[in-house]
Design a protein around this ligand. Structure first.
Ligand code: BGC
Length: 596
C-alpha cells in the first residue's frame, strides 16, 4: 500500500461516526484490489478455453490440445494435416509443452509491464492532481481495456487491451489503497492494507467463477469473461466522479475549506477540529519531503530499497502466479477436462480467500516473521510434493500409454492421462501451497515494505514496491510455460529452491516490524549486524524526522500489546532451521529414490 501523509495511530480516536461515505469509499478502494485480482485470475481460465484457442491460436494451442477436433476441421490439407497430427502426437506425449507459446505468454504478461510503468508515476500524479481524477482515469482505462479485450478480433487487439488495462492497474493499485486509507477513520487505516490483498483474492475467485460460467457459452464465453473487468472499472470511474477527493489531498493542494467540508461530511459530525489540525500538520511535514526518490537511493535508506525490491521478487518467485495464471493449463496438462480444470481453479481461489482471512487475524498477533517462515516451509513442502508427484505419475502414465498404443487399445494421438486420484492429490497439495502463500507472503509482501519506509521515502518506496511486484509478475507470466516445457517437473523444485532461500533470508536477515513505530523500525536497521553495513549513519538527518509520523507511520505498527505473548523468536528460528535441514535431507533421499 502506498503512503501519503499519515495522521493518528491505531489508538487515536477522533470524533466521528460510521457514515454512508465510508462504506462507499471502502467498496471503491476494494474495487482497485478486485480489479488486480480479476485480471490476474481471469486470463488463465480464458487461455484454457477451446473457443479462445480456436480464435487466436488455432494452429498451435488448439491443434495441440484438441487434435481430433482440429483434424476434423482441417480434413483436406494433406501433408499439412498429417504433420499436424504428428505434432499433436508428440505434444500428447509431452504434457509439459502443450501450452508453450511466447505470444500466449505475452497476452498474459503484457498487462504487468504497463502497470509497472504507471505505478512509478502514479504517486506523483496523485499528489499533484489529486486522488479523485487519478481514480477516474484508472476506471476509464479499465473500461477501455476490458472493451478492447472483449471485442478483440486478433492477438494485437488482445494485447493492446491488456496493456490499456495494465495502465489502469498500475494507477489504481497505488492510488486506491491510499485514498481508502486517507478517507477511513484513523483506527481503521491499518486494516485497509490487508483489505486490499483480500480484495485481490476475491477478484481472483470471482474470475474463476465467471470463467466457469462462461466456458459453456460458445463461442463467445471468453469475451464475456474478459469484458466483465469493465464492471469494477466502471464503479471506480463513477466513484471518481461522485466521491469527493480526500481531505489530505485537498490540503496538499491548498484547498483548506474544501478539505474541512469533506472531513465533516465523511465523519458525520461538525467538530472535526482535532483531526483536521493533525492532517494539516502531517501534510505540512510531508510537503517538506521534496525528493522522495532521491532520498530512497541515499545510502541510509539502502536497506529499505533492497528489501522492497527483494520482497516482491521473492513474493513472485514463490511461483504463486504460475499457479494463479496457469492452473487451468496445468490441470488440463494432467488430463483433466476443461470444465474440471476450471472447477479446480475455483477451489484454489476459494482457499486463497479463506487463508487470506486467516492472515487478517494473525498478522498482528503472530508477527510478520513467524508467518513468513511458517508459510515458506509450507510452500516448500507443497512444491516439492507437486514436482516429484508429476515426475513419477507422468512417467507411469507415459509408459502405460505407449503400451496401450502398441496393443492397439488407444490411438497414437491419445493424450497422457494420470489417474483421477492423482489429479485430486495434486489439487489438494496446490491448495496447501496457496494457503501457505495467502497467510504469509501474499499480504505481508504488501505490508512489510511499507512499514519500513520512513516519511522521507514513503511515496517512492510505495511506487517501487508496486512496480517491482508488477515487473516480477511480468517475468513469471512471460516465462512460466516455457520453463515448464524445458524444466518439466523440475520447475516446481526451482520455485521451492527460491522459497528455501527466502525463508532462510527471513530467518537470518529480516527484522520483525510488528509493534514497532517508525523510530524503532529505523533504529533496528541502523543497528542490525547485516543491514547497518548498507546504511551509513553519517548522513542521516533522522532527528529531523517529523515526530507525528512516528506514531502514525503505519497504524498497524502501533498495535503492540500482543508482543509478550510471542514465543522467543530465537527458539522459533532454531526450530525452523532444524526442520529445513531435516527436510532438505529427506528431499534429496526422496528424489534419488525416484531416480533409482
Ligand atoms: C500478489 C499477486 C497474486 C495474489 C494472489 C498478491 O499478493 O501480488 O501477484 O496474484 O497475491 O493472491
Amino acid at each position: 500500500m502506498a503512503g501519503g501523509p499519515v495522521v493518528g495511530g491505531l489508538n487515536k480516536r477522533y470524533n466521528g461516526r460510521s457514515t454512508f461515505y465510508i462504506y462507499f469509499v471502502v467498496i471503491l478502494g476494494a474495487c482497485a484490489g478486485l480489479l488486480l485480482g480479476y485480471d490476474n485470475g481471469v486470463i488463465g481460465g480464458v487461455t484454457a478455453m477451446a473457443d479462445f484457442q480456436l480464435k487466436f491460436f488455432e494452429d498451435t494451442l488448439y491443434a495441440h490440445n484438441h487434435p481430433a477436433e482440429y483434424l476434423a476441421m482441417n480434413p483436406g490439407q494433406g501433408v499439412e494435416a498429417a504433420q499436424q497430427a504428428q505434432l499433436a502426437d508428440q505434444e500428447a506425449a509431452s504434457p509439459y509443452c502443450k501450452y508453450d507459446d511466447q505470444i500466449l505468454q505475452l497476452v498474459v504478461s503484457s498487462l504487468y509491464l504497463a502497470a509497472a510503468a504507471t505505478s512509478v508515476f502514479a504517486a506523483h500524479w496523485a499528489r499533484k492532481f489529486g486522488r479523485k481524477p487519478m481514480l477516474f482515469i484508472s476506471g476509464v482505462l479499465f473500461c477501455v481495456g476490458a472493451g478492447l479485450q472483449g471485442g478483440a478480433v486478433d492477438v494485437g487487439m488482445l494485447v493492446a487491451g491488456r496493456v490499456v488495462l495494465g495502465l489502469g492497474v498500475g494507477i489504481a493499485s497505488l492510488v486506491g489503497p491510499v485514498y481508502n486509507a486517507e478517507m477511513a477513520p484513523a483506527h481503521l487505516r491499518g486494516a485497509m492494507n490487508v483489505l486490499f490483498q483480500l480484495a485481490v483474492t476475491i477478484g481472483i475467485l470471482a474470475a474463476g467463477l465467471i470463467n466457469y460460467g462462461c466456458e459453456h457459452l460458445h463461442p463467445w464465453g471468453w469475451r464475456l469473461s474478459l469484458a466483465l473487468a469493465a464492471v469494477p472499472g466502471a464503479l471506480i470511474a463513477l466513484g471518481g466522479i461522485v466521491l469527493p477527493d480526500s481531505p489530505v489531498s485537498y490540503i496538499e493542494r491548498g484547498h483548506m475549506e474544501k478539505a474541512h467540508k469533506v472531513l465533516v461530511r465523511i465523519r458525520g459530525v461538525d467538530n472535526v477540529d482535532e483531526e483536521f489540525q493533525d492532517i494539516i500538520e502531517a501534510a505540512r511535514l510531508s510537503s517538506q519531503i521534496k525528493h522522495p526518490w532521491r532520498n530512497l537511493f541515499k545510502s541510509q535508506y539502502r536497506p529499505q530499497l533492497i528489501i522492497s525490491l527483494l520482497f516482491m521478487l521473492f513474493q513472485q518467485f514463490t511461483g504463486i502466479n504460475a499457479i494463479i495464471f496457469y492452473a487451468p493449463i496445468l490441470f488440463s496438462s494432467i488430463g483433466s477436462s476443461d470444465t474440471t480444470s476450471l472447477i479446480n481453479t475455483v477451489i484454489i481461489g476459494a482457499v486463497n480467500v479463506l487463508a487470506t482471512l486467516v492472515a487478517v487475524f494473525l498478522v498482528d498477533r503472530l508477527g510478520r516473521k513467524f508467518l513468513l517462515i511458517q508459510g515458506g516451509v509450507q510452500m516448500i513442502i507443497a512444491e516439492i510434493v507437486v514436482g516429484v508427484t508429476l515426475k513419477k505419475e507422468f512417467e507411469k502414465a507415459s509408459s502405460s500409454r505407449l503400451a496401450n498404443i502398441a496393443a492397439g487399445l488407444v490411438s497414437a494421438d491419445s493424450p497422457l492421462v494420470v489417474p483421477d486420484a492423482v489429479a485430486i492429490g495434486v489439487l489438494v497439495v496446490i491448495c496447501v501451497f496457496i494457503a501457505g502463500f495467502a497467510w504469509s507472503w501474499g499480504p505481508i509482501g504488501w505490508l512489510y515494505p511499507t512499514e519500513i519506509q520512513p516519511l522521507e521515502t514513503r511515496t517512492a518506496g510505495a511506487s517501487i514496491n508496486t512496480a517491482s511486484n508488477m515487473i516480477f509478475t511480468f517475468v513469471i507470466g512471460q516465462s512460466f510455460v516455457t520453463m515448464l516445457c524445458s524444466m518439466e517437473w523440475g520447475v516446481f523444485l526451482f520455485f521451492a529452491g527460491f522459497v528455501i532461500t527466502m525463508t532462510l533470508w527471513t530467518i537470518f536477515l529480516l527484522p520483525e516490524t510488528k509493534g514497532k513505530d517508525l523510530e524503532n523500525t529505523f533504529r533496528t536497521f541502523q543497528t542490525h549486524p547485516f543491514w547497518s553495513k548498507f546504511s551509513r549513519v553519517n548522513d542521516i538527518h533522522h532527528n529531523e524526522l517529523p515526530r507525528i509520523s512516528e506514531e502514525g507511520a503505519n497504524p498497524k505498527q502501533a498495535d503492540a500489546p500482543m508482543a509478550e505473548e510471542m514465543p522467543n523468536p530465537k527458539v522459533i528460528n532454531q526450530a525452523f532451521l532444524l526442520m529445513l535441514t531435516k527436510l532438505s535431507k529427506a528431499i534429496s533421499a526422496w528424489v534419488s529414490l525416484g531416480q533409482a
